[in-house]
Ligand binder design. Structure first.
Ligand SMILES: *[C@@H]1O[C@H](CO)[C@@H](O)[C@H](O)[C@H]1NC(C)=O
Ligand SMILES: *[C@@H]1O[C@H](CO)[C@@H](O)[C@H](O)[C@H]1NC(C)=O
Ligand SMILES: *[C@@H]1O[C@H](CO)[C@@H](O)[C@H](O)[C@H]1NC(C)=O
Length: 386
């Protein structure tokens, strides 16, 4: 093992020591969430149909595991303070839904808020953390996303710690996803509290929102690691506001950045192109690499439009995204110095979208005529040591 590989392994180990100790999030979480496409229009039929679809359309086989209900499932508390699901939308109750999702080999996630009310004005968990955590555990919940609406001037470290400890006290391993939209620099304090933390405002299904959430990850890439992940928000792949070329770029870059891969489209009716993006196993393998090293922007040219993103992988190879963020087609040249490899090293280059070997190169690789907003995603490896 060369020195830099040792350093990466050491850093990953340190990250684990500094992570929440619930055994979860050893790789970025993969799943689906109701918000991006359905917002408040959710019910148990939708959740059941989505979970079933995931078992049949290749999503489960590709690694997607969590089926996450977002805001709007809860309506009130009973006289003991126990949170109640909307009886019209979830007449069978959340426990029955969890049983069904578990019977398919999937896991169920739920949503709450650290404040008095959720963002859609449903009851929040403020002051009810212990009872909510117990309720979720009794229902068989596997994942909790906690939002940050109606918190006024509350201290996020204290508030999220209360829920983190309440979840721990249930004895059930529950993935804890913090969602304060990055406003309190959660990358500085969340790794010991949760398994992921939102780093940005909500993503929207458009190019500017995607680029804004993407670029916000660059200065904080070092905060992610085994056990806890920077979360630039969910995937918009398949939702129609961007082109498939742009969705390939979001999926490539989210995978490279160890971002959670949470699909946000209607999985009951998904076209083959969308499914091909979401289930590309070679791209997902980059996201799920056990080293857990978040990739980042290593170099850009042409006024920042031509971007080279890269990360090291646990087997010593490198993953690269050559991203043309400009409105015109372009060439982008990858240099071995961009990926911490000495020149005159023979590297075999594989294209992860065409899933084909391009050839062996020894100093650089030139990708020609990359379409506007498109990404070329590569894996570069050598059989000899370098
Ligand atoms: C609770 O925290 C302790 C100490 O960090 C840890 O060992 C244990 O696995 C956690 N349990 C759960 C269910 O998260
Ligand atoms: C459940 O929600 C889906 C998605 O919004 C909707 O199409 C469907 O009509 C709803 N079903 C029921 C029974 O309310
Ligand atoms: C794209 O091409 C047009 C037309 O040639 C040119 O005016 C524009 O400056 C180019 N934009 C970038 C970002 O290169």
């Amino acid at each position: 093992m060369k020195l830099y590989t040792c350093v990466f392994v050491l850093l990953s180990t340190l990250a684990l020591i500094n992570a929440l100790d619930n055994g979860l999030g050893l790789t970025p979480q993969m799943g689906w969430n109701s918000w991006n496409y359905f917002a408040c229009d959710i019910n148990e039929t939708l959740i059941r149909e989505t979970a079933l679809a995931m078992t049949k359309n290749g999503m489960q086989d590709a690694g997607y595991e969590y089926v996450n209900i977002d805001d709007c499932w809860a309506v009130s508390r009973d006289s003991n303070g126990v949170i109640q699901a909307d009886p019209n939308a979830f007449p069978s109750g959340i426990a029955a839904l969890a049983d069904y999702v578990h019977s398919l080999g999937l896991k169920l996630g739920i949503y709450t808020d650290a404040g008095i009310l959720t963002c859609q004005k449903r009851p929040g968990s403020y002051g009810y953390e212990a009872i909510d955590a117990k309720t979720y555990a009794s229902w068989g919940i596997d994942y909790v996303k906690e939002d940050w609406c109606s918190t006024f001037l509350d201290n996020p470290v204290q508030r999220y710690t209360i829920m983190s400890e309440a979840l721990n006290a249930t004895g059930r391993p529950i993935f804890f996803s913090l969602c304060d939209w990055g406003v309190d620099n959660p990358w500085n304090w969340a790794p010991t509290i949760g398994n992921s933390w939102r780093t940005t405002p909500d993503i929207k299904d458009n190019w500017n929102s995607f680029i804004s959430n993407l670029m916000a990850q660059v200065p904080i890439a070092g905060a992610s690691g085994v056990g806890g992940w920077n979360d630039p928000d969910m995937l918009e792949v398949g939702n129609g506001g961007m082109t498939n070329t742009e969705y390939v770029s979001q999926f490539s870059l989210w995978s490279l950045m160890s971002a959670p891969l949470i699909a946000g489209n209607d999985l009951r009716n998904v076209d083959p192109d969308t499914l091909a993006i979401l289930t590309n196993q070679e791209v997902i393998a980059i996201n799920q690499d056990p080293m857990g090293k978040q990739g980042t922007l290593v170099r850009s040219t042409n006024d920042g439009y031509n971007q080279i993103w890269a990360r090291p992988l646990s087997d010593g190879s490198r993953a690269v995204v050559l991203f043309n963020s400009s409105p015109n087609a372009t060439n982008i040249e990858l240099l071995w110095s961009d990926i911490w490899v000495p020149i005159n090293t023979q590297l075999s280059v594989r294209d992860l979208w065409s899933q084909s070997d391009i050839g062996v190169f020894s100093t650089s690789y030139l990708a020609e005529n990359i379409a506007p907003h498109a990404s070329v995603m590569l894996r570069l490896s050598t059989s000899s040591k370098y």
